[in-house]
Design a protein around this ligand. Structure first.
Ligand code: ATP
Length: 363
């Protein structure tokens, strides 16, 4: 029996310690039924540990994991209704594609006569039914990963765990597999929990993203929320590119904050009750929220002048690297259609709007 609005998976204040290493601290997370949720974070942040605990290969040192409202702690991995697709495809080399997929069914004790149609269906899902009799070594990396997916999907797990499944694939194949996974997720309506350290991948594919750092959940939200409204300095810097400007609060108005940087003032729109005059802060401005033009600044606020020391064409955009007089560098990205008539070596002014600045406590 399932209740529609109950989370399919709940991590209830989960902690994992390995002797003196705390891999995960107090992780509290509800995964909704049918969602595509990504765990995103740098190497060593605890992503794989979290997945391994859900799969049952590790036990939490505190807290509990519930699937459909039931505590999973006592269930061994093979009795949990979750399957994992690993980075290394982990196919059995001596078994054909079809036998590899059948393995998932045997483990679940599906009667032998029911297997062929289910194997066929799973292989069709990943467009591999025409290669059912091949051995893994006769397949490309992308094809092997499709078989691994079919093997994980054949039992229709309640939650499909994907541990960096695309990291061994080249860029083009990776993009194809991303679209393939989105299609499978939509078609099957299963819950996908996807681990990646690639922010673009996480933002492009997920309904929600969990950003982890040093075993602590930093933020949970949609791609847009995380990108536009990062909860802290770590998320702001980890997702997308930022220009960080160290500054001090010199005035707090009801609808704005005035900061003094090393050589410029910044006006930040909005009400910021958590900042006081004299607080040290870090102002963050994204390269695509900046403008660049030839000549000197006309104001000392939200504008700064410098020399263009680099210019690179990125297809749909042009990126400029501007060195300020104090040596700091600023990255500006403008749509390719709107590039001003400036180039490397020119003096230019970089400016930004009041609402393009985000402020974080600087400790
Ligand atoms: P990556 O992206 O590099 O795979 P990750 O985010 O998946 O990293 P984990 O593998 O979960 O990170 O590791 C989290 C932390 O726990 C790291 O500091 C790691 O060194 C530590 N750790 C993981 N497994 C063990 C173990 N068996 N014994 C001791 N420490 C461990």
């Amino acid at each position: 029996m399932t209740t529609p609005d109950r989370p399919v998976l709940r991590l209830d204040h989960v902690e994992k310690k390995y002797k003196d290493v705390t891999a995960l601290s107090d992780v509290h997370l509800d995964v909704h039924r049918g969602e595509f949720l990504s765990l995103l974070g740098p190497s060593g942040c605890g992503k794989t540990t979290l997945l391994r605990m859900i799969a049952g290969f590790e036990q939490p040192t505190a807290g509990r994991i519930e699937l459909d409202g039931k505590d999973l702690t006592a269930l061994p991995p093979y009795r949990r209704p979750v399957n994992t697709v690993f980075q290394s495809y982990a196919l059995f080399p001596h078994m054909s594609v079809a036998e590899n997929v059948a393995y998932g069914l045997k483990r679940a004790k599906v009667p032998r006569r029911e297997m062929p149609p289910r194997i066929k269906e799973a292989l069709e899902l990943v467009q591999m039914d025409h290669l059912a009799n091949r051995l893994p070594q006769q397949l490309s990396g992308g094809q092997q990963q499709r078989v691994a997916l079919a093997r994980a999907l054949v039992n229709r797990p309640t939650v499909l765990l994907l541990d960096e499944p695309m990291s061994a694939l080249d860029r083009k194949l990776r993009e194809e597999m991303q679209l393939e996974l989105i299609r499978l997720h939509t078609d099957l309506g299963l819950t996908f929990l996807f681990v990646t350290h690639d922010q673009e991948e996480a933002l492009a594919m997920s309904d929600r993203v969990v950003v982890l750092n040093q075993g602590i959940v930093q933020q949970v939200g949609s791609a847009e929320e995380i990108y536009q409204h990062p909860a802290n300095k770590f998320v702001a810097g980890f997702i997308g590119t930022q220009n960080f400007v160290p500054a001090t609060v010199i005035k707090r108005n009801s609808d704005s904050l005035i900061l003094r940087g090393e050589r410029e003032f910044l006006k930040v729109s909005g009400h910021h009750p958590s900042y006081q005059v004299a607080d040290k802060v870090l102002a963050a401005i994204r390269p695509e929220h900046m403008k660049i033009r030839a000549g000197n600044p006309s104001s000392d606020t939200n504008e700064v002048g410098g020399i263009i020391i680099g210019e690179s064409f990125r297809g749909d955009a042009v990126a400029y690297l501007v060195r300020l007089r104090d040596g700091h560098e600023i990255l500006v990205r403008v749509p390719a259609r709107t590039t001003p008539d400036i180039s490397e070596g020119d003096y230019a002014t970089v400016s930004w709007a009041e609402d393009a600045v985000q402020v974080f406590h600087h400790d």
